[in-house]
Design a protein around this ligand. Structure first.
Ligand SMILES: [Zn+2]
Ligand SMILES: [Zn+2]
Length: 336
């Protein structure tokens, strides 16, 4: 019975989110990216010694292809990622390095791209050209294995790698299509034959994501998610508090914060955020559903009644919301 509940709850939660919270990779009706002022910022940083023209070239690739702004930031010292260095392989563990880079990433940039001349690898692979974290929005690209066939070839390879890894950081997944830069190219030969752009479908997804992710508070939300995944709950709370203090939010952003805390089982924070939302906007039916579910899952004394109350409010606001109606019926029918 308990298992059935948790499955149902999971489904309802997902459905509630789908109704109002577009996620990475989904198309959503959003405003088009029109001016520089509303383009998300990609910060490019050298990790260790990297010629400046490589960084500028990476910047140009992004500006030509993606709806982003681009800045070259302060260089990072290789010593910063020493804990990710594998002495035996003489390579940098890319995933471990991204984990370290996350800790002091810029609070303002949506995406950080680090470029290094050091050879990098991923567990179970001899090497990788680059790696990105979709959730941390950090991309890492290595010049180590692409810089041996002349300047023009290097420029073209770097262009493709930058678009691919920053594509991930902006929410694109791998796309097994020969005409798409999001295809996987594990060798320089295959990289040389790769296209120089994403396919139309991936490009449309990226335009949508960029327009949505440029909202105020998104970098703080990403940071909070990153901290929650790492179990750094205090840091996540701090990111939320700073966002609220700065007034940089809309209700959808706050619901996304609540979802992140909910998924990390930090129900008190999820509930506080959602209570704030429904206080400001008592007609936000989705937020009432989220809040009802949070109370139900937290299951402290009195929470069941609060869950019922908020699900009922949601149904009053949206009487045709069948899934919520069914869930409420089941909750009412269950033993108090
Ligand atoms: Zn990839
Ligand atoms: Zn594609």
């Amino acid at each position: 019975m308990r298992r059935t509940w948790s499955i149902l709850l999971g489904l309802l939660w997902a459905a509630a989110l789908l109704l109002a919270l577009p996620r990475d990779g989904q198309s959503a009706p959003v405003a088009s990216v029109e001016s520089d002022a509303v383009r998300p910022l990609v910060l490019i940083r050298a990790l260790g010694p990297v010629p400046h023209d490589r960084l500028r070239s990476a910047c140009r690739s992004l500006l030509r292809t993606y709806p982003v702004r681009c800045e070259i930031g302060e260089k990072r010292d290789l010593l910063a990622v020493w804990s990710a260095w594998d002495e035996g392989r003489s390579q940098l563990d890319a995933r471990a390095a991204i984990n370290v880079l996350f800790r002091d990433r810029s609070p303002d940039a949506l995406v950080e791209l680090d470029v290094t001349e050091v050879d990098i690898y991923e567990v179970d692979k001899p090497y990788v050209f680059g790696l990105a974290s979709l959730t941390d929005r950090i991309a890492l690209v290595s010049l180590s294995r692409i810089d041996d066939d002349g300047a023009e070839r290097l420029r073209r390879r770097l262009h493709k790698l930058v678009l691919h890894e920053v594509g991930h950081a902006l929410g694109l997944h791998h796309h097994d299509d020969p005409e798409c830069v999001m295809r996987q190219d594990p060798t320089t030969a295959s990289l040389d034959s790769a296209p120089e752009r994403p396919c139309a479908e991936c490009h449309a997804t990226l335009m949508n994501n960029a327009a949505r992710l440029v909202r105020p508070g998104q970098p703080a939300l990403d940071r909070a998610r990153g901290h929650l995944v790492r179990g750094a709950y205090d840091d996540a709370r701090l990111a939320l508090a700073e966002t609220l203090h700065a007034g940089e939010f809309d209700h959808e952003l706050l619901r996304a914060f609540a979802t992140a805390f909910f998924e990390a089982r930090q129900y008190n924070e999820a509930i506080s955020v959602l209570r704030f939302v429904v206080k400001q906007d008592p007609e936000a039916a989705e937020a009432h559903v989220d809040l009802g579910l949070c109370y139900q899952v937290r299951a402290r004394e009195g929470d069941r009644e609060l869950a019922i109350e908020h699900l009922e409010i949601a149904l009053e606001l949206r009487p045709d919301w069948e899934l919520v109606g069914d869930h409420l019926d089941a909750l009412l029918a269950s033993a108090a």
